[in-house]
Design a binder for this molecule. Sequence first.
Ligand code: FAD
Length: 426
Amino acid sequence: MKVLVIGAGLGGLLIAAWLSKEGHEVAVFERLPITGGRFTNIEYKGFQLSTGALHMIPHGPTGPLGTLLRDIGAAVKIIRADPMAVIRVPIEKNTTDYVHGYQDIDFHDFRKRFSLINKIKLAILITTTRIFPPKKGSMEEWCSKHLKEDWAIRIADSFCGWALSLRAKDVPAAEVFEIIENMYRYSGSGVPLGGCKGITDALVDVIYSSGGTIQTSSEVSRIIIEDQKAVGIIANGKEYRGNIVISDTGHIETSRLYDTNALDVDTEKYLTSIKELKPSAGVKICLSSQESLIGHAGTLLTPYARRVNGINEVTNIDPSLAPSGKHLTMAHQCVEWEKLDRLEEEIDLGLKDLSEIFAGRDYEILLIQSYSGEWPVNRSSSGTDLTNRTPIEGLYVVGDGAKGKGGIEVDGIALGVRNAMKDIRN
Ligand code: FAD
């Protein structure tokens, strides 16, 4: 089978590597001069900063991505973060900021901060929601209904902001519980050696060694549809033919590459559903320091910060991501859709948070990156992903616009790629 893949981000590379390895003739087209999309490194002042991700795999070596990479034969090592996460809380229970002192508690101890009655409720809820997950409503609504405590909303917002770049009010409770279920199933996060690039470069190697091709600086301007079936693409003005076309550019961008009016199949429902997809936005602040600011490679959740949801320090696992003797620390904050036109203000609040979270510590701001629109944190906000199918025969979508259910970020992409493979094989 001849396969044409649009986009060399993680989703495109995963499926291209897998199909090449299975002996199919695969050609990848990437509009940028580099591969990896939002999952590769850019060298800056000797630091391996990334084009998007925080060099972190949500479920580490045994999650959906780690397992898929092993199945594909990509030479990658993902080291589990230990502890998985800690939470920074004010020392005095009645204060709501870090200015008057703080302590870090293990993530699993978050229950201890609830009132006695909520501790009892939570013990029951943890069991019952696993059996009867919520069917509707947001995570914030679920917390307000069942726990009615400021701490519940704070921890939900911090977790959703860090893991999904969304406020708890914007994530369906059902999706969060599916994610929690996956945390039981696959365990916690890890850092790939070499950062994001360690993974995407290993996939590029698999594609080349299996006879596939990758053309960079090749923008696809059209998907050719004949007899209601995807049969080719046009890249840099040249036509390429294939048996199937797989797009790593999300459902919205993909639909712009063909003329929906010329199709006989009913696309109305599909086009209406993709119009409702909203990319999640965020800001990443990269810090350099001589001394370790966190002391471990797990996530530091910051539920009492104004904007920063969480921070990691990946050099505690892979020192090669920074120049010798330095640390790379990254803070992430979600940006609510209605605040996107006040990005400067949001960044200032994030910087103010960091000055309080790391008060008295010596660090330098390396780079501030913002993500929205067509270069977002997530192409469709978690819980709203569509499947890998399109109304057109032979045209599939992979990547973070078509993640698998309950899949956080790149682990969700891996779940989606597995689903797409099942469809393609049938
Ligand atoms: P992309 O990486 O966007 O790839 C799509 C590719 O298609 C791009 O290279 C693009 O140039 C190309 N393309 C687009 N249009 C065309 C065209 N017409 N022709 C040819 N090529 C085209 N995930 C995690 O798991 N862990 C994290 O720690 C994490 N942190 C994050 C932090 C931030 C700030 C951000 C922004 C994201 C983070 N993510 C994280 C999410 C993760 O980076 C993305 O989910 C993932 O990289 C998306 O991969 P993709 O292949 O779906 O899309």
